[in-house]
Design a protein around this ligand. Structure first.
Ligand SMILES: Cc1cc2nc3c(=O)[nH]c(=O)nc-3n(C[C@H](O)[C@H](O)[C@H](O)COP(=O)(O)OP(=O)(O)OC[C@H]3O[C@@H](n4cnc5c(N)ncnc54)[C@H](O)[C@@H]3O)c2cc1C
Length: 492
């Protein structure tokens, strides 16, 4: 079996330098007619391209269900600008899995669900946990070394070092190549899916919980009342600004702390969508003639006064619980964003489901391309998992790997798993990317309670939040346990 190389020496800060050359064995009887080169020695039921958070978890789940799995990982042979080692499941930036509170926090709930499903990523993170209050901070190198060693040691898993440059013509496959997918494979995906269905950057506008918008100040209206139906004519929420408020807002934008672009991040980006602070730098009136233009709108709270500028929010999910601030992609630091965006009248008490950002990020338009089993509609032998599906974050990516691995394993047994309940964190995420999100404005998403169907009969607003979140997490745990149970029985 071809391996990625021996376990890295923890004393070596940069295992890439010492990774040995890998001799690859060819077995011609395994080569499919298509362009994917199979390089390993083992008969395979499932090929996973990319051994990051998602690919590692997918492999673990599928191999534990009895499939013979081959992971094809391009590092350390081919590097990315963000990875540092040849380990699988490398954490490229922060060392945090975020909140571990499974009663009051959606990502904490996702941790709980993954642990309940025997997640390798969670088990390894727990084994290398660092003190961090309520968050799950992880000692990154021992964490990824553990994941790599556990996968190497698994009798059903083979790891091959190679860059895949084409979509496989046949054979069950999971593509989990992440935000920094190799460019040749990205081109192949674009050829299959259409250029417009593959993005290389996420330009994320902040997303606000609808219930925290002050509708005594804001109002619902589409510009020029456009739309066939009442719903369309009221598709936007508008927040008005006076001249003084606008000027103060521009001053705050110009003064705010911003994140610099990393080397290799910006190529080809700026043609698309400018961060609002860059627009403000180009001229104080630029935003008023761009995303904040006040035309075609009448404020029903004060119909006689024309707003000097208007910030618009657009519905972000089918449930109508989340709204994104239109055109407000930004590189402001998170702390600065909350402060600056709460200056917008109507958003003074806003809670954010996610803040804005602009990153190098390869992702597909999952709502149009994937079915509810995470399969590419046009080539159903291929599943996608991880950040490339339009989820965002280590845990979310690993969770989509967990699901893809289980779905692939069930399919190999000739079964189809029932849909994951959308009331669970896992189900809320997969429902969002495969249908709940608006395909036209699809941008990567963290798990958050705005993706969950509401629990009826609970108080809305900030006051009821604690009870509401507890009700969401209780319901999720019960539904996730029920979803897992038949699979556990089948495995016995
Ligand atoms: C610069 C940067 C900073 C980030 N910071 C954070 C953060 O602080 N916190 C957070 O939660 N998330 C962060 N993310 C997002 C992070 O990448 C994801 O959360 C997570 O790593 C995605 O998991 P994944 O498995 O989808 O992709 P990855 O973990 O990136 O794994 C994909 C794997 O596929 C391999 N690969 C790519 N193309 C090919 C190919 N053609 N053939 C074979 N192998 C291939 C890659 O080498 C990689 O190992 C960041 C992303 C970037 C780019």
């Amino acid at each position: 079996m071809t391996r990625l190389g021996p376990p890295p020496d923890p004393a070596d800060q940069n295992p890439r330098r010492t990774a040995p050359a890998v001799r690859l064995t060819f077995h011609t009887h395994l080569e499919p007619p298509g362009p994917l080169r199979y390089l390993g020695a083992m008969d395979t039921d499932l090929t996973i391209i990319g051994g990051g958070m998602a690919g590692s978890e997918a492999a673990w789940q599928a191999a534990n269900a009895g499939l013979r799995v081959r992971i094809v990982e391009m590092r350390p042979k081919v590097e990315t600008f963000a990875h540092r080692t040849g380990n699988l499941a490398e954490m490229v930036c922060s060392n945090s899995f975020r909140s571990d509170d499974d009663e009051q926090n959606a990502v904490g709930l996702l941790h709980w669900e993954m642990r309940a499903a025997g997640s390798l990523i969670m088990e390894s993170a727990d084994a290398h946990k660092l003190p961090a209050g309520g968050a799950l901070a992880v000692d990154r190198d021992p964490f990824s070394e553990t994941v790599t060693a556990r996968l190497r040691a698994h009798p059903n898993i083979e790891i091959v070092e190679d860059e895949i440059t084409e979509l496989p013509a046949s054979g069950a496959t999971i593509i989990a190549t992440g935000p920094l997918t190799g460019s040749a494979l990205a081109d192949a995906i674009a050829r299959e899916a259409g250029q417009q269905s593959l993005a290389f950057f996420d330009a994320i506008a902040p997303i606000v919980y609808a219930e925290t918008i002050d509708m005594g100040t804001a109002w619902r209206q589409s510009r020029y009342d456009k739309g066939e139906t009442q719903e369309e004519r009221e598709a936007y929420i508008n927040c008005p600004m006076t001249k003084d408020q606008y000027e103060a807002f521009i001053d705050a934008l110009l003064a705010a702390d911003k994140t610099e672009f990393k080397e290799g991040e910006t190529a080809g980006y700026f043609d698309g969508c400018l961060p609002i602070e860059v627009m403000a730098e180009r001229g104080r009136e630029t935003l008023r003639h761009g995303p904040m233009k006040p035309v075609g709108l009448t404020n029903p709270h004060d119909p006689e006064t024309k707003a000097y500028a208007v910030v618009q929010l657009r519905r972000d999910n089918a449930l109508g619980t989340l709204y994104n601030i239109v055109g407000f992609q930004t590189k402001m630091k998170y702390g600065a964003q909350t402060e600056v965006f709460r200056m917008i009248p109507g958003l003074q008490d806003a809670s954010f489901a996610r803040l804005g950002g602009i990153h190098r990020n390869t992702f597909i338009n999952s709502p149009t391309l994937l079915d509810d089993q995470m399969r590419l509609r046009s080539k159903p032998h291929i599943r996608f998992a991880g950040q490339i599906t339009g989820v965002e974050g280590y845990v979310e990516s690993a969770s989509m790997g967990l699901l893809a691995g289980r779905l692939a394993a069930a399919e190999a047994r000739g079964e189809t798993l029932p849909p994951v309940p959308p009331t669970t964190a896992m189900g809320a995420l997969v429902t969002h990317i495969t249908g709940g999100a608006d395909a036209k404005t699809f941008q990567p998403m963290n798990v958050n309670f705005g993706l969950f169907p509401p629990v009826e009969g609970l108080k809305s607003g900030r006051r009821g939040r604690k009870d509401r979140y507890k009700a969401y997490t209780d319901r999720a745990k019960a539904d996730w346990t029920d979803w897992l149970a038949p699979q556990a029985q089948a495995a016995e």
